[in-house]
Write a protein that binds this ligand. Structure first.
Ligand code: BEZ
Ligand code: MG
Length: 579
């Protein structure tokens, strides 16, 4: 081998090692739930450290505290932590790891000793001014105290007695520590306050990252996108998903004299610096019930953009609406419909039930079911009359037919895309519906609220990350197994939700199933543990692996299918009391 080639090979190898390291750090840094929440039980020490570390990594202007990561990074003379996040070189990663380590050590010292010691540690190891770090630890002290005093059983008993239960906001602990203490009467947000100024601010960064990602992978930004909007996410984030839709369209919210968001105005193309993006929004039943005013706002935003006199290539909303009308198969009003949900009083897509019950033969059935459940239009017509969930199957199908990318905001630090079946029923469901009507599979993206740098991942990347951080991670599954019967059900549910991503979006690599089989079935000891604790869920897990193989989602190594069949039949015997 000649020298230059050798250099190239070793350079390549270094790059690959760095990439691997980056992935390992990514998995390591995720906030992994190590067990189920037990009602009335306060957080354990380890969980407390992880949560406090996550809280401390963000600026908290409401109490004058800055992010510990920023304080440490600046104290060490490394500049802003934000800049370190952008630096993808080996040096960047090493520097960042150094900062993270100091932060971790200080939070551990705070939990095990006290704030004074933690401040001292930061002062001596990273030159952080104690006055600055004390503000952070004062906030952490309040949170730590609240985490240790669960008011859940008390609040529940009071509610049963018909007594007053103090109200508290519904949000994610990391995004809004004011949700603590738990055990209060959770309230939502005023829909007219959505999106908040900070949600609109944050959405700007996420949307630009999202479009940049699509440009890098597909050569240009998408002309049309399908967005999933959920109620709880928009409560927790004060409308981050809503703000992302507005940003994609290129409009800004306008507040009235009472500070209510009631109007929108277009951002000029010059200020926007890119083409607008057409968006089809499929919103959950919960969103529809909680955010009536917001649905009207989103509908107004689409209409406002459709009416702008702008070139087709810079305004696909206008171009798509005009094309539909020119085709002669619908009115201008009909062609502008972009906000869809269930029929009034109905919830969910049922795609999850169809997948979990194995009730589908062709993949198209899943996309069709999504459209059947979600084809009810909301907004107003040009005479100002409310549509109130009028069935508009053709309008949804036409709107989906131009979609090139599907997207959902993942706002939570606690619930990921394989923890519940709802992510695949919505984002997977809409992606299948697009595939059906646009005759091409859309690119699918999720944003990650767990990252400070407005990270956007593709769906297959997110599935891999969730699989490594949870389903195949001994820390996660041992935590679950500690809960016995329910824990096994939780493991099975992760496998089924992962399977849901194969069914709806073909987003799961074969190795995922290979490793799930190896971890939970081929390992005799593990299979025995699962079977003893919960033979029903163990049987479902094995059955799901067999179904995945049968449907062609993975190719099992020689002998594996036979072993799975055997295990399935042994479990059936055990359940039936034969064995
Ligand atoms: C929602 O917040 O809108 C939602 C929550 C769970 C499942 C589906 C939607
Ligand atoms: Mg549910």
């Amino acid at each position: 081998m000649s020298r230059p080639q050798q250099d190239k090979t070793s350079e390549e190898r270094d790059r690959r090692v760095l990439e691997l390291w980056e992935r390992v750090v990514e998995v390591e840094q995720r906030l992994i739930p190590t067990g189920l929440h037990v009602f009335g039980r306060a957080a354990g020490e380890r969980e407390c450290v992880d949560l406090l570390r996550a809280v401390a990594s963000f600026d908290r202007p409401e109490c004058g505290a800055r992010s510990l990561n920023d304080l440490v990074s600046e104290g060490l003379g490394l500049g802003s932590y934000e800049r370190l996040l952008q630096d993808k070189s080996e040096q960047g990663w090493r520097t960042r790891a150094r900062v993270d380590e100091v932060v971790r050590a200080s939070v551990e010292m705070f939990v095990h000793q006290d704030a004074t010691d933690a401040c001292r540690l930061l002062e001596s190891t990273a030159n952080v001014d104690a006055a600055e770090s004390l503000k952070v630890f004062e906030l952490l002290a309040k949170i730590k105290h609240q985490l240790k005093t669960s008011g859940e059983l008390d609040g529940f008993a009071r509610a049963l007695r018909g007594e007053y239960v103090e109200p508290g906001p519904g949000a994610d602990i990391v995004q809004n520590p004011d949700v603590l203490p738990t055990g209060r009467n959770t309230h939502a947000v005023n829909p007219y306050a959505v999106p908040s100024r900070s949600a609109y601010e944050r959405a700007g960064r996420v949307v630009e990252t999202l479009l940049e990602r699509h440009r890098a992978e597909h050569g240009r930004q998408p002309r049309s996108m399908a967005l999933v909007l959920w109620g709880l996410d928009n409560i927790k984030t004060q409308g981050e998903g809503v703000a992302q839709a507005l940003r994609l369209l290129g409009v800004r919210p306008v507040r009235d004299s009472l500070n209510r968001v009631t109007e929108v105005e277009p951002v000029s193309l010059q200020e926007l610096g890119r083409a607008r993006v057409d968006v089809v929004m499929t919103v959950s039943g919960i969103f529809r019930d909680l955010f009536g005013a917001t649905m009207l706002l989103l509908d107004k935003a689409v209409r406002c953009v459709a009416e702008l006199e702008e070139p087709d290539e810079l305004n696909p909303v206008r171009a798509n609406v005009r094309a539909r009308v020119a085709e002669g198969d619908c009115t201008f009003d009909e062609a502008q419909l972009r906000v869809f949900s269930n029929a009034p009083g109905s919830y969910g897509t049922n795609v999850n039930f169809m997948v979990m019950d194995s009730q589908w033969e062709s993949p198209e059935a899943l996309g069709d079911l999504f459209v059947t459940r979600k084809c009810f239009a909301y907004g107003r017509n040009s005479q100002g009359r409310a549509l109130e969930g009028r069935e508009a199957r053709g309008a949804l199908a036409r709107a989906l037919s131009t979609v090139e990318a599907a997207y959902q905001n993942v706002d939570s630090f606690e619930i990921g895309i394989t923890d519940v079946d709802h992510y695949f029923e919505y984002l997977g469901g809409v992606s299948k519906a697009v595939e059906r009507h646009a005759r091409a599979r859309p690119a699918v993206y999720l944003s990650d609220a767990l990252s400070r740098d407005a990270r956007v991942r593709t769906l297959p990347e997110m599935v891999r990350l969730e699989t490594r951080a949870k389903t195949l991670n001994p820390k996660w599954y041992e935590g679950m197994l500690g809960h016995g019967f329910r824990g096994v059900a939780e493991i099975e549910s992760h496998v089924t939700n992962t399977f849901g991503w194969s069914a709806t979006a073909d987003a799961v690599d074969g190795w995922v199933y290979t490793e799930v089989a190896r971890t939970y079935v081929l390992d005799e000891e593990m299979l025995e543990r699962l079977s003893t604790l919960n033979p029903h869920s163990a049987r479902s897990l094995v059955g799901r692996l067999l179904e995945a193989e049968g449907r062609g989602f993975w190719e099992a190594e020689a002998g594996v299918v036979e072993r799975l069949r055997e295990a399935f039949s042994e479990l059936e015997d055990r359940i039936e009391g034969v064995a």
